[in-house]
Design a protein around this ligand. Structure first.
Ligand SMILES: [Zn+2]
Length: 290
């Protein structure tokens, strides 16, 4: 049951929510150790704690262990009775017109389902809206990482990893390398997957690859104001474009500090109402690494 909850397998959000309430008393620190014994994952950052909080980059520890979070969170994650839970998010479908017949859509819950869908009022076609995949590279060169300063909105002028939407007809790794070429004019060799980050609030899933420069050349592409290699101690955490970039760089800095680059999975739960480019209001949940 714990594994289902942590990995989000099989259960619908409503089922997970109900199960979560039933077993919340079990989700105390012992959950982490039990899971570790099973070899399923490392102790999660915030075990199923859906409480939102505000990150302060300069105060945030470089470590992702629960003990390094602010006392508010530490206390809530160690006591099920004080944990504040939020129900699963309900997304309102955005498809207004049918792409097959041009008819208007209406929002209904189709028979046998439990989510609202946009359904064509003329031909009854059901529109399933799914998350988008974003792929990118964490390019390391001489112990520095390559960042690009955005020349486009959102987050104009802020620093990001080269990344963008995966295209049809390409693999995730190919897409990550393509984005790096487009944004930083850099040819890279993808070394390994580094992180998958899900952001349910904005319907995005990131796959970030660890990569190396094939040649020590890079320059800003059309979507970048400038590109630069940053020492891990000089990363501009106050001027990053997206929470996904913030989390990725923190994880990478931790791995380097600990002497081993791992593969990470986590969910970034942004505060409801936060804009996509608000890098400061989020909670990292279900952090798994290997
Ligand atoms: Zn239609």
């Amino acid at each position: 049951m714990i594994r289902y909850l942590q990995l989000g397998v099989s259960l619908s959000p409503l089922q997970k929510w109900k199960t979560h309430l039933l077993v919340s008393s079990l989700l105390v620190p012992s959950t982490s150790s039990a899971a570790s014994h099973l070899g399923l994952f490392s102790p999660p950052l915030l075990p199923l704690n859906r409480r939102y909080y505000r990150h302060h980059p300069l105060q945030m520890s470089s470590s992702f262990s629960p003990s390094n979070h602010d006392s508010d969170i530490a206390s809530s994650s160690s006591s099920s009775s004080s944990t504040i839970l939020t129900p699963p998010m309900v997304h309102k479908p955005k498809t207004k017109f049918c792409q097959s017949c041009g008819g208007q859509t209406k929002l209904v819950v189709p028979e046998g389902e439990e989510k609202l869908r946009a359904v064509c009022t003329l031909c009854n076609k059901i529109y399933y809206e799914n998350p988008k995949m974003v792929v990118g590279c964490l390019v390391e060169h001489n112990n520095k990482v390559l960042l690009c300063r955005r020349k486009i909105e959102p987050s104009y002028g802020l620093w990001t990893l080269p990344a963008g939407y995966m295209e049809l007809g390409e693999s995730a790794a190919e897409g990550a390398a393509r984005e790096t070429l487009e944004e930083a004019c850099a040819e890279v060799e993808v070394v390994s997957p580094f992180a998958q980050l899900d952001i349910p609030l904005i319907g995005q899933s990131y796959i970030i690859f660890h990569a190396k420069l094939k040649k020590p050349h890079f320059s800003p592409g059309p979507e970048s104001l400038e590109c630069a290699l940053f020492d891990l101690h000089d990363i501009p955490y106050d001027s990053l474009a997206f929470s996904s970039v913030y989390v990725t760089l923190k994880m990478y800095a931790d791995d380097i500090k600990n002497g081993k680059i791992k593969f990470h999975y986590c969910t970034i739960n942004k505060r409801p109402g936060a804009s996509p480019s608000d890098t400061q209001s989020f909670a990292v949940c279900n952090h798994l690494c290997m």
